[in-house]
Design a protein around this ligand. Sequence first.
Ligand SMILES: Nc1ncnc2c1ncn2[C@@H]1O[C@H](COP(=O)(O)OP(=O)(O)O)[C@@H](O)[C@H]1O
Ligand SMILES: [Mg+2]
Length: 354
Amino acid sequence: MASFRDICFTPAEFANIAKVDRNAISALEANGLLKTVKRKMGNVERKMVSLEGMRDYFRALRETGRHGDQCEEFSNSELANGTGAIAAGPPVAAATAFVPGLPKHKVQMFYNVKGGTGKSTLTAQYVMRAAMMGYRVLAIDLDGQGHLTVNLDILDGHERATIYDVLINDLPIAEAIMNVAPGLDLIPANLGLCNIEIPLNNKTRREYRLSEAIATIADQYDLIVADTNPAASILNGSMLVASELVNVVCATNPLSFHGMSLVMSTIEELEREFRRQLEVRIIPNMYDNREVISQEVLGELRAQFAENCSKSVINRCVDLNEATKRRTTVWDVNAKGMAAQDLSALTEELLFLN
Ligand SMILES: Nc1ncnc2c1ncn2[C@@H]1O[C@H](COP(=O)(O)OP(=O)(O)O)[C@@H](O)[C@H]1O
Ligand SMILES: [Mg+2]
């Protein structure tokens, strides 16, 4: 099984992710917007799009002068006549191409003081999807359990520098960053990070150290996303100070819902203390429409946190477990499956907040 770094997309999968007609692929190739590779599948050679090909396609679309902070669509007549794209080549057959602008909030975190709600799983899928869309992404693992690190297929995290070395031992943050796939970097975590709270508590400007470190490398990325530990820790507080958007993952069960008031009041307290205004999205996860309790919790989340609840709901789906096990994406597991659809919608919502 291929890890995320090596995955390739079939033309149909590419068309689905890029939101173009499958028949437009040859025209996109002729226009120089898309490069495909030939991969041997059994006895036949198939045309595929590599992760790098996918990334370069989205980057080429964005670099055609259509910058903006909104998600745009531009028509293929524009692609073909050169107002946006490379002019040569035959007209592109599809009706419109999907041109995502830069993310609305560059620094984001996934957060909940409760464990097991799906933070690490959704963070991993989100950053991989953003890398597929051509963004320069930095993922930061702030949980000593290192689940984001493992989800991104890094199995030697115990040997690597973590944010501990940056915040406590003054290691330049750039030296803690490793590349995991085209367009995707990571600051990994390991068990040593579990010991950070006491030394961090003794540091001056403790809550600002992380945001100051992130600020030094922020211009190298379009999106910086942290996965956090399930606690009201100083480390998580530091990430709240650094973040613009907080994605709170809430499983659709009664105890997770019960914990939401605490999470929201913790965020509000920090906003007051650090005079910040954070955008907060609550993401209902592990929803099962056959369960009355799931429906009730979703209804209560939407009623009580109307302004903050995300439109996207992530259904309980075995593809997410499978993706975790294979350390790859849900699009690799089943590009047309429910998890792939849910995560595509969630990614667009969190990137553009539309
Ligand atoms: N929507 C979902 N459907 C099925 N399993 C899920 C879903 N979201 C998360 N999981 C599974 O739940 C478990 C806990 O998720 P994890 O991301 O580790 O939670 P957290 O980081 O909040 O502790 C993992 O085994 C993960 O694969
Ligand atoms: Mg986790």
